[in-house]
Design a protein around this ligand. Structure first.
Ligand code: GLC
Length: 748
């Protein structure tokens, strides 16, 4: 992007407008450690979709014009900008954190037709040449950067050396580490160097975009986009945790969920009638595996028409839901965006009558194909359409539905992708699919969340497959159609950790794998690895072998139950972390690097994770393995099972027979636990157990009704627990809810 020489600079409140020969770029000081850089090469009056509130707080900063550069300095960072938009960000000590790359991209050469044919003869594919993007910025790469974030991208924790695209994609093929894109677009990356402060970059642009972390050339990394503005936020802080905090300060934090939604869910695209669902529900209880919902995939609908119910196969509306409710099951139903093109079907008729569907370039309602056959796409970027959609959920809630699972909202289409010129809106502004694609799932979740909140008054459970930065305010996510292979079990750790660092504190993968046939060992290791995930669901596809735990025999049931129960035992700890996250944006499931970013041994740890600060989990992610190496960071660690103590900053070999998930509790910590139940609500949680490790520990615990928004009016309790010399001191810092009858201490 050419800008030319810097010709002038003007300060206006928290902004500095830089005039170049060929561009005007605005630097906005958001806080002392967040700066926005905007080159409105596309639209000056663009309102962010990810950032909904005014985030700019009056921040003092100095602004100086020097000979050939301008200098903007806050208490925490300094930015220098010169000709051709050459820039450098410095930390408060004057150390350069990030600077623009002044060379040109080395665009890969396209190979000759002859070579291409030769490659293709054996079935290979040429990578092809790359091109400069309409929007593009290059950064110097020092070589010792580790890149984290980017949402659900495949592969490893550290994204260095890989290239990605942000273009929400429905990918049924085996997800592997070279895939550029999956279902979500979160153009946020955190960079940690071996030395010095970390920083974060959020590129707020919904068009198809590209991020290359040194794959094309090890001298630079870049961001590119097909259209839109160059609009990025640079943020820094002392630790990676601060960067997550700043990113979620900008894009918002996941609200408190209902407690039951954090429990276990069973699903299969393949429960084809009421009997199938009923049977699974009964077997969950018979096998004493705690469970909140047996989820309703698309077959519950009448001909895949959204907001309908197939009475022939699923019985009279509400009956099955009510029956299972008696046994503690909550109903969670899938809703896809595609509305069947079918005159006489109310959703289609209402949408046509009110002009709610996207149109093609000739202004005819655009039709593609999804599950119901010919289908049309609601124009969710319009508030009126979202409201209509949200209100339509009353049809489901009247039947007793309590949670909504949004799928196929990339949006998916079976007759080729939606052309880029399909017309959509953002607010009242007419635009097209190229801008809306990556936020289609975001707007759908937003409409669903707002509708469900208004109708039920409860904290909505919305699960979405596609989304954009900031969607965490409306929906939890799962990682889409994984497969029953060990590499996908292994990948769930970096994938969920990166989603967590990208704001999605409530996330999960399909336990056992969605596509392909699972097996006993894989099931057991999968449920162990996912034990602390915040969306905890076993799900698989039609045509694959059945995947409920009892399908693999008594031994699997026994081990599976052990870990589902363990998940339930730790629910108050998970809930506390989500509560804390309202303030700090930090996820429940964390890579070790997030907690120990001054320990280089953690930077590439792909097969361990932490739950908050106090639990370290090291799942087995390979077939046949019964011992594994575990890295323990600074401190003393207590083996949860054997109670053995280990000194940290060391590698140990952990025993991991098939029924054991290696888990360590940090010395000097308190972890709250609940007793076992078959489902949340089975009995009142009136006893709190405190698992205490060490001689001295402090912990803050949060308690509310786990359902609605009354906590916002003070209906909650906040306790602090201090453990010293074998004695527990309890302090009720805030009292606004029914207290526990008993608090029990269990010392490790
Ligand atoms: C998609 C979803 C999957 C679901 C299926 C049928 O593949 O990702 O979870 O079961 O559609 O609705």
């Amino acid at each position: 992007m050419k800008t030319g020489k810097l010709t002038g600079a003007k300060k206006n409140e928290n902004r500095v407008e830089l005039t170049f020969e060929e561009a005007v770029i605005t630097i906005e000081v958001i806080t002392e450690n967040i700066v926005r850089v905007l080159n409105p090469c596309w639209k000056a009056d663009y309102a962010s979709i990810a950032i909904e509130k005014n985030v700019s707080i009056g921040t003092e900063f100095s602004f100086a014009e020097e000979k050939d550069k301008i200098c903007i300095e806050t208490s925490d960072l300094k930015l220098e900008v010169g000709d051709d938009f050459a820039f450098s960000f410095y930390d408060k000590s004057g150390k350069c954190l990030l600077s623009s790359y002044s060379g040109k991209r080395v665009i890969k050469e396209t190979i000759s037709e002859k070579t291409k044919k030769l490659l293709e003869a054996e079935g290979h594919k040429a990578a092809g040449g790359s091109k400069d993007y309409a929007v593009q910025v290059l950064f110097n790469r020092c070589g010792d950067e580790f890149f984290y974030g980017m949402g659900d991208k495949t592969g490893f924790l550290n994204k260095g050396g890989y290239a990605y695209e942000n273009w929400n994609s429905d990918i049924p093929q085996l997800h592997n580490e070279t895939m550029p894109a999956l279902y979500k677009s979160i153009p946020f990356v955190m960079v940690k160097k071996t030395e010095g402060q970390p920083y974060g970059l959020f590129f707020d642009n919904t068009f198809h975009s590209y991020m290359d972390f040194g794959k094309e050339n090890s001298s630079y990394f870049y961001y590119g986009a097909d259209n839109g503005n160059l609009d990025f936020y640079f943020m820094t802080g002392d630790h990676l945790k601060d960067i997550v905090g700043k990113y979620t300060y900008l894009t918002g934090r996941a609200p408190m969920p209902q407690l039951w939604t954090l429990g276990y869910h069973q699903c299969r695209w393949g429960y084809e009638n009421a009997e199938d669902i009923r049977k699974v529900a009964h077997l969950m209880r018979e096998n004493h595996i705690p469970c909140e919902s047996v989820q309703y995939d698309i077959d519950y609908m009448d001909g895949f028409r959204v907001f309908t119910w197939d009475e022939e196969n699923y019985g009279p509306k509400g009956q099955l839901i009510n029956e299972l409710k008696q046994d503690g099951f909550k109903a969670v139903c899938i809703i896809d965006p595609g509305v069947k093109k079918d005159e006489g079907y109310f959703m289609y008729d209402e949408g046509i009558r009110n002009d709610y569907f996207a149109k093609d370039k000739d202004s005819e309602v655009y039709v593609n194909e999804v599950w119901p056959g010919d289908a049309v796409y609601p124009d969710f970027g319009r508030e009126e359409v979202r409201k209509w959609w949200g209100d339509s959920h009353k049809i489901l809630t009247d039947m007793g539905v309590q949670g909504i699972w949004n799928d196929m909202n990339e949006p998916a289409s079976f007759r080729g992708p939606l052309p880029l010129d399909v017309q959509f809106h953002i607010g009242d502004r007419l635009t097209d699919h190229s801008e809306v694609h990556n936020v289609y799932g975001h707007f759908m979740s937003m409409g669903t969340y707002e509708g469900m909140k208004k109708i039920t008054g409860k904290r909505p459970l919305v699960i979405t497959r596609a989304c954009y930065a900031g969607s965490q305010k409306y929906a939890a996510v799962w990682t889409g159609d994984n497969q029953s292979v060990w590499s996908h079990l292994r990948m769930l750790i970096p994938q969920l950790c990166n989603l967590g660092m990208s704001g999605f504190t409530i996330a999960g993968t399909d336990i056992g794998g969605f596509g392909g046939d699972s097996n006993a060992e894989l099931m057991v290791r999968w449920v162990q690895a996912a034990t602390f995930s915040t969306f905890f669901r076993n799900h698989c596809a039609k045509g694959q072998i059945m995947q409920e735990p009892w399908e693999f025999g008594e031994k699997v049931v026994r081990i599976y139950r052990k870990y589902v129960e363990l998940h339930y035992r730790f629910l108050p700890y998970i809930y506390d972390l989500l509560h804390e996250s309202q303030e700090n944006g930090l996820p429940v499931m964390r890579p070790l690097v997030l907690n120990y970013d001054d320990d280089a041994n953690t930077y590439e740890l792909n097969d361990e994770y932490m739950v908050g600060e106090n639990i370290l989990v090291a799942p087995v992610v390979d077939q046949g393995v019964t011992k594994r190496m575990v890295y323990l960071p600074k401190g003393t660690w207590v083996d949860y099972w054997t109670k053995e103590r280990y000194q940290g900053e060391s590698y140990i070999i952990a025993d991991a027979p098939i029924d054991t998930l290696p888990m360590y509790i940090k010395e000097n910590s308190i972890i709250p636990m609940y007793e076992n139940v078959q489902y949340v609500g089975e009995k009142a949680y009136d006893k709190l157990e405190l698992l205490v490790a060490g001689k001295e520990a402090h912990y803050t615990h949060y308690q509310d009704n786990g359902e609605d928004f009354k906590y916002m009016d003070g209906e909650y309790n906040l306790y602090t627990f201090d453990w010293e010399n074998g004695e527990l001191k309890t302090n009720l810092v805030h009292e606004g809810y029914e207290k526990y009858k008993t608090v029990e201490v269990n010392v490790i």
